[in-house]
Design a protein around this ligand. Structure first.
Ligand SMILES: Nc1ncnc2c1ncn2[C@@H]1O[C@H](COP(=O)(O)OP(=O)(O)OP(=O)(O)O)[C@@H](O)[C@H]1O
Length: 213
């Protein structure tokens, strides 16, 4: 899916200085774009806007050319559940639920049959080396393992769009490599992947770069 912004401006409060001003850009399918820029330049904010978690103050966000800003909340949630995977800097797993249940939750919300979700979850957990933790709870696994679980959750529906907000920020080099490469492979498979990062080495490997000031 092609994501685009047209003259996008965003301020957190009415009358306050915009965090993003008059941004017109596009993110193509089949490519990983690294969004870089100093702390506070609006990288996370841009991802939240593109993922329909925040609404623009003015300007438009286009999903495959369709304006999505003015859609009702329920429709925006439905689009997000159907098409978007999101990996945050912290894995943000539900501590009360098993690893498998954490991975499946969003897909079930998006309407995937439970049996399909569990089968896919098992395959993804195995692929990322955490299959042996499937019945454990988040408190019983390491930070690097938790982030791989979050990656499985983001990829479970094979979403057409995946965002990463500093997805490797808390990881050791080996785990960061696993997460980054998986996101890059997902892009190569045709998805639109947009990652905010401070990691210059990884950003240099991206297909495209958007630098916020
Ligand atoms: N919920 C909020 N309410 C008000 N201001 C906010 C909110 N979230 C972020 N901001 C402000 O918006 C600006 C952009 O923040 P954002 O988190 O998007 O930047 P960033 O480039 O991702 O930063 P970092 O690299 O430190 O994560 C900052 O000045 C920040 O203080």
């Amino acid at each position: 899916m092609t994501l685009a912004t047209s003259d996008l401006t965003f301020a957190y409060r009415k009358g306050s200085a915009p965090v993003i001003e008059s941004l017109t850009t596009a993110f193509a399918p089949g490519a990983l774009t690294a969004v870089t820029g100093p702390s506070g330049s609006g990288k996370s904010t841009l991802l939240y806007i593109l993922a329909l978690m925040l609404r623009t103050t003015s300007g438009e966000v286009l999903w495959d050319g369709r304006p999505v800003t003015a859609l009702p909340d329920a429709e925006r949630s439905r689009l997000r559940a159907a098409d978007v995977g999101f990996v945050f800097q912290d894995a943000m797993l539900d501590p009360a639920r098993t690893i498998t249940d954490n991975v499946c939750e969003g897909a079930l919300f998006a309407g995937m049959p439970a049996r399909t979700a569990r089968t896919r979850a098992a395959a993804l957990l195995d692929r990322f080396g955490v299959g042996h933790r499937a019945t454990h709870r988040p408190g019983e696994i390491s930070g690097g393992q938790a982030q791989r679980v979050a990656l499985c959750r983001a990829l479970l529906t094979s979403p057409r769009v995946v965002f990463g907000d500093e997805p490797t920020g808390n990881l050791d080099h080996a785990s960061a490599r696993i997460v980054w490469d998986a996101l890059h492979v997902h892009a190569r498979d045709g998805a639109t992947v947009v990652i905010a990062t401070h990691d210059e080495q990884l950003a240099a490997e991206a297909d495209h770069r958007l630098v916020l000031a």
